[in-house]
Write a protein that binds this ligand. Structure first.
Ligand code: ADP
Ligand code: MG
Length: 473
């Protein structure tokens, strides 16, 4: 296995393969088998040049895709496998030159991923922060009900130096913005309080350094290094539960820092008391500060984030266009986590460029079919009919009946609209579910409701209540 001294070209193909396989196993745990098979396995580790890992894959599309969507994760797992790696670049191998598809301009190769700037360092004492992603700032973070507490806590840490709440413990499921908030703290401090020393580390990096210090019997130096830090942030601390001795060290360092009023910010995917293998006294210490959870984004927040991402993208490409209806559709349908939502958006733009098409609802459904299937909450037409008829005080049979009075027709249109938005059913299938109506009737219903939603706030509210109801949130 690699060590710190081993630099450029010093790796045999077998060693490279071993590192790559280790990184892949890590990525599998985080991203899931399917995703790794589809996107990561077609990539190989070609070379390690000092701290830069050069990966190669067959097409420029794949290279851009992997780098944009999985760059951060890959870097982290490569770093865990070979700690000298601090940057990655995904290139196209000779056999598959970066080539343009017909009608597509060749884009310049992107810079090595995310960790572009050597960001914040703690000075000449040997401790280096992980690099911060320039996209993750407070200004690009959209605040909504589900994350407002976490956001306020992060702001507080960034803006005041008093360490009132210590540690600040942010927790929540994957892709809800924990890392984004921590990086935002880092950027804010770098900009407004450049003298304050900030150290941001993933738990894996933290552990790695710990273990190294223990091996070199130099934990004292390690602790001294941490003393120079004003703000210590450790991301994904659920990975820290390790052997007793490292926990012991962690605990002491942690206590020492708190005693010195150094601000500590920690993130995890669950609350302190639910982290397996963590000693009770550490759990309770973690709970003595401010523990805030980030809830899954609701529809409004999801939509807000999508608009924000489009705005971010426009900064590098002002031409970018997308039908607002598509954004609504995505926010409706993808409620798992923000990362998936963002991935969907990137994929849409990639496909739109590849096939040179405008992004409308139809192409969205086509291009994201597999993704939509996996995130589908399996709302059925029957369920929609039941919930809608309840809401409007009708019988379910009214919706399938031939009655055309507005009292019945409008709720029926609402139900059809919701079927289109919330299920994968085709228009004819939906029509059949409503007393064998024609698919053109369904199209008409969708159009009518879409229009009404704009002009009639009561209608917009009804739809939102129904949607929430159906999606169980
Ligand atoms: P976590 O660390 O909780 O797993 P991340 O911070 O990596 O999640 O967020 C995943 C992606 O979602 C990032 O690209 C991040 O920018 C985006 N994201 C999450 N929440 C928000 C938000 N409230 N506003 C803007 N972007 C967000
Ligand atoms: Mg994270």
């Amino acid at each position: 296995m690699a060590n710190g001294e081993n630099t450029a070209g010093g790796y045999t193909p077998e060693e490279l393969e071993k590192i790559w396989n280790t990184a892949i196993s890590g990525a599998e745990l985080e991203l899931g088998q399917e995703c790794v098979n589809q996107w990561i396995k077609p990539v190989g580790l070609k070379r390690i040049d000092k701290d830069l890992a050069i990966l190669a894959t067959s097409t420029s599309f794949l290279a851009d895709w992997v780098e944009r969507n999985y760059g951060r994760e890959l870097l982290r797992h490569l770093h865990a496998a070979a700690p000298q790696i601090n940057r990655i670049d995904v290139t196209v191998s000779k056999t598959g030159q970066r080539h343009a598809l017909p009608g597509l301009a060749v884009k310049p190769a992107p810079e090595p991923v995310a960790l572009r700037k050597p960001i914040i360092e703690t000075g000449g004492d040997g401790l280096h922060s992980s690099l911060l992603d320039p996209r993750f700032s407070f200004s690009s973070f959209v605040v909504g009900k589900p994350n407002e507490l976490a956001h306020a806590a992060a702001r507080r840490v960034a803006e005041t130096a008093d360490a009132t709440f210590n540690p600040v413990f942010l927790y929540g499921g994957v892709g809800l913005g924990k890392t984004h908030l921590m990086h935002a703290i880092g950027w804010h401090l770098a900009e407004h309080h450049p003298k304050r020393k900030v150290l941001y580390l993933s738990a894996e990096q933290f552990m790695y350094r710990f273990v190294q210090a223990i091996r070199q019997r130099d934990t004292l130096a390690f602790k001294t290094q941490f003393r120079a830090v004003d703000v210590l942030m450790i991301d994904d601390v659920q990975f820290i539960a390790d052997t007793d001795s490292t926990q012991e060290e962690f605990f002491h360092t942690f206590n020492a820092l708190i005693d010195q009023k150094k601000q500590i910010v920690i993130s995890a995917d669950r609350s302190p008391d639910r982290i397996d293998g963590l000693e009770d006294r550490i759990k309770s210490r973690l709970q003595q500060g401010l523990v805030v959870d980030i809830h899954p984004a609701d529809y409004e927040l999801r939509l807000g984030i999508l608009h924000q991402k489009i705005e971010d993208m426009r900064r590098s490409d002002p031409e970018i266009e997308i039908d607002p209806k598509v954004l609504e559709f995505l926010a409706h349908r993808i409620s798992t986590n923000v990362r998936v939502l963002e991935g969907a958006l990137i994929r849409l733009f990639a496909f739109a460029a590849l096939v040179n098409r405008r992004i409308d609802l139809e192409m969205t459904q086509e291009c994201l079919a597999d993704l939509l299937r996996t995130v589908e909450r399996k709302v059925t037409i029957e369920e929609i009919k039941r919930v809608v008829s309840n809401h409007f005080n009708l019988r379910m049979s009214d919706l399938t009946s031939a009655r055309r009075s507005r009292m019945v027709a409008r709720p029926r249109q609402v139900a059809m609209y919701l079927c289109k938005m919330l299920t994968q059913k085709s228009l004819p299938e939906i029509g059949r579910g409503f007393g064998n109506r024609d698919h053109t009737t369904v199209i008409h219903a969708v159009k009518v409701i879409e229009k009404l939603k704009e002009s009639d706030s009561q209608m917009a509210e009804d739809i939102e209540v129904l949607r929430r109801n159906l999606e169980g949130r």
